[in-house]
Design a protein around this ligand. Sequence first.
Ligand SMILES: *Cc1c(COP(=O)(O)O)cnc(C)c1O
Length: 358
Amino acid sequence: MGRVYNFSSGPATLPLTVLEKVQAELVDWGGSGMSVMEMSHRGDDFVGIAERAEATLRRILDVPDTYRVLFLQGGATAQFAMVPMNLMRGGSADFIDTGIWSQKAMTEAARYGRVRLAAGGPDYATRVPAAGSIEIDPAASYLHYTPNETIGGVEFPYIPDSGDVPLVADMSSTLLSRPLDVSRFGLIYAGAQKNVGPSGLTLVIVHEDLLGDPLPGTPTVFDYRVYAENASMYNTPPTFAWYVAGEVFAWIEAEGGLPAIGERNRRKAAKLYAALDGTEFYRTAVAQDSRSWMNVTFTLAETALDTEFLRGADAAGLKSLKGHRSVGGMRASLYNAMPEAGVDALVDYMKEFERIRG
Ligand SMILES: *Cc1c(COP(=O)(O)O)cnc(C)c1O
């Protein structure tokens, strides 16, 4: 079997044991004689799968009872619109801009109300603003930020203090990478295809007080309350992705939960950044205190060697290391399912490439 080390930013690597379990259950789930793909979402078997997935997620992330977990579609991109449609009652929201995903969220929100910059901006593509520099409008409907900018590789080392203004976070590429104090947030959303499961599923974790007052004209399928009241089954949910996500949650729990996963992720990132810091041959533009654990961006001092570096990596079974088309260079995504051995293999390859070409 030819498994590679897949550093893709998303859809991304999944735990091998999860894939094997899904494979073993593919054509006959639990003696039902059918695949999860073929089941009614309203039947007992799938309802059980769905409820277990949510219960496991609540356990591993320690989600308080006052929060609803919604299993949606449309990706994080749909949330760029769904959040303002449901929460921008005051007509204005605050944003922290730390890069491309922050800006996409702002552009979409501007269709529904006033978008105000509370911190960050064009100068913050390689660092996060200092905690004390965030200027929040107390009348804002919410403060939105991107805890981990997947493209730039910029991550907040702290949770912004938004006072009484609900805090909304696009956690697509960092949710479940370590323990998290959910109670600090009004709403968390994440496309699944980074750390949660396959694409097609979007998680929303929302405080129940924020439900039930969408902007006039909000379509039924974009109203959070409708999902909360119907166990995310107002219409047909992405059943197979939901099932696989449930298996990923169970895998996280079996690995020792988020404390163990977080410690492993910290070690993986530290190893790669140490390799980058130890030479002039490789560089990372991201400020020391803003370095992402999940998406490590770097360049070669000589960009003319990029293509050769990537070709050699590919041949060595180190896949999808090319940076996002908008920033170039390299990006190694180190999500939960990337084993430490994968990071070791990458660091070894980088040292060898430098020895030959440096
Ligand atoms: C991947 C990603 C998105 C886009 O997600 P889709 O599921 O493709 O809509 C948005 N924000 C962040 C931070 C991401 O990492």
